[in-house]
Design a protein around this ligand. Structure first.
Ligand code: ADP
Length: 488
């Protein structure tokens, strides 16, 4: 039974040398130094006699050191590809938990398979899982020790075999490795594979972007600049997501906006492990759909880039991303029209919840949005004098309000210094009135377009995330157009 398993592990990962799926050095980008160092291994495979004659030390074990996703596996495959030799791989952590004997047997089997080839690279991922210093960390692990011993004896046993084998192994923790492993003649070469710098990131993006149709406006440098700290895997992912966004929007080419959306989606935070109940997901979907639909219907707001109910570490409640508007962000000047629409939009989540669940079945999901609504009316009434009540609008003009940064920080304290309690009361009344009027407006708009709201909710529940164009599709189906509702 276990021999079957062992065979699957090796043959399933067998590539290289045989045309299809061959990885070459050009596929691994942004790690110039590492490639140069590994050229030596390629040379060794290509001209072993010359290599021996020159007196160079024969490479046997190469340790690729670096964080996950930086391209270590890819690099090992590329060495096999360049050298035209077979590639076998195994992930060490997979058999640490197994019954005693299985890990060692698999390790042996891996090398038996490799030796059937004339030349091969054997790649061991996560080497530290079996290669930790023995006798460390308490009770010890017989299984791991046996597997490690097996690996050591394989490393020592090449010389009497007819095939040429180089073992490559990846780890992010070279410091914990058993000293027996890094002794001369075993893993005695270390190649560092780090996170790429801005130029490296651009190269990696080029490699992956070359596999998708690109629009004229694509500027990978811009993406590279916005991805500090990203690994090759993270960058590959951005290109993949951008291609998905473009495909969903039925666009033939990936445009710069798709790449930037993908980047933004990534920076929204990692997915959490939280799994919400269906009923909670629906609450979230109703809330986000209310805001999203109003954003699309009201003319002066930045449009929806994407809306999601997928919980993320920094945004467990779902979120909307709006299209980036540099002019608006930089100037910081807002018209009354814009603020009014913002107000309606942020109240839209609560309005949608009330329409869907009824006033007696509300939740606390809207707290943050309501705080923001208060922030907006405070700005309108207290500092900008935008009030319908003439008396108040002139009297309360330009009271300095202490707030966080408008529309970003949800905390606000508006206690102006020089204000009478009468004026404060009037202003308070006016702020309350604005909240009520525009909450009613939000509810009215959503009520009029209830079928479309429900359809957006359903689509969010089905997909988790919608890009702007998908929200439009739903609106189209309900005969609604973008920016169609005018508020005075
Ligand atoms: P590691 O083995 O270091 O964890 P992988 O080699 O498995 O990383 O990388 C996963 C994927 O990420 C690769 O298959 C490739 O698509 C992409 N990738 C990672 N690093 C690079 C790189 N330097 N150049 C191009 N693509 C990369």
């Amino acid at each position: 039974e276990f021999m079957k398993v062992a065979a699957k592990v090796t043959s399933g990962d067998l590539v290289g040398g045989k045309g299809q799926g061959k990885v070459m050095f050009k596929d691994v980008a942004g790690i110039g130094e590492a490639k140069v160092e590994l050229m030596e291994v390629v040379d060794f495979f290509k001209k072993p006699e010359k290599f021996r004659a020159s007196g160079s030390r024969i490479p046997k074990g190469v340790l690729l050191v670096g964080p996950p996703g930086t391209g270590k596996t890819l690099l090992a495959r590329a060495v096999a590809g360049e050298a035209g030799v077979a590639f076998f791989s195994i992930t060490a952590s997979e058999f640490v938990e197994m019954f005693v004997g299985v890990g060692a047997a698999r390790m042996r089997d891996l090398f038996v398979q490799a030796r059937k080839e004339k030349a091969a690279i054997v790649f061991i991922d996560e080497l530290d899982a079996v290669g930790r210093k023995r006798g460390m960390g308490g009770s010890g692990n017989d299984e791991r020790d046996q597997t490690l011993n097996q690996l050591l004896s394989e490393l020592d046993g090449f010389n009497n075999s007819k095939s040429t084998i180089v073992v490559m192994a990846a780890t992010n923790r070279p410091d914990v490795l058993d000293t027996a492993l890094v002794r001369p003649g075993r893993f005695d070469r270390k190649v560092m594979v780090g996170e790429p710098d801005v130029f490296g990131r651009e190269e990696v993006l080029e490699v992956h972007a070359s596999k998708v149709p690109l629009g004229d406006d694509v500027d990978l440098k811009e993406v590279a600049m916005g991805t500090m700290g990203y690994t090759g895997a993270g960058l590959a992912n951005i290109v993949n997501i951008a291609a998905l966004i473009a495909a969903k929007a039925k666009r033939a080419n990936v445009m710069q906006a798709d790449l930037m959306s993908a980047l933004e989606l990534q920076t929204m935070g990692k997915l959490t492990d939280d799994h919400y109940s269906i009923s909670r997901q629906k609450r979230l979907a109703v809330h986000e759909a209310g805001c999203a639909l109003l954003t699309e219907l009201l003319p002066t707001l930045e449009k929806v880039e994407l809306v999601t109910i997928v919980p993320r570490e920094n945004e467990p409640e779902g979120q909307i991303r709006f299209e980036y508007n540099a002019a608006r962000t930089i100037c910081g000047t807002f018209t009354r029209q814009y603020l009014t629409e913002q107000l309606i939009m942020v109240l839209g989540g609560r309005a949608a919840e009330e329409l869907t669940y009824g006033p007696d079945d509300m939740s606390t999901i809207n707290e943050a949005a309501l705080t923001r609504a208060r922030e907006i009316v405070a700005k309108m009434v207290m500092t900008a004098g935008m009030s319908d009540v003439k008396e108040i609008s002139t009297r309360t003009m330009a009271y300095p309000v202490e707030s966080g940064s408008f529309l970003k920080d949800a905390t606000i304290q508006f206690v102006p210094q020089h204000i009478s309690s009468a004026t404060m009361n009037a202003a308070d009344q006016e702020m309350l009135r604005l909240l009520q009027v525009y909450y009613a407006e939000a509810k009215h708009i959503l009520h009029e377009n209830r079928a479309c709201l429900d359809a957006v909710v359903q689509k969010l529940l089905d997909q988790g995330t919608l890009v702007g164009s998908e929200v439009h599709e739903v609106m189209d189906q309900h005969g609604l157009r973008q920016s169609e509702i005018l508020i005075s």
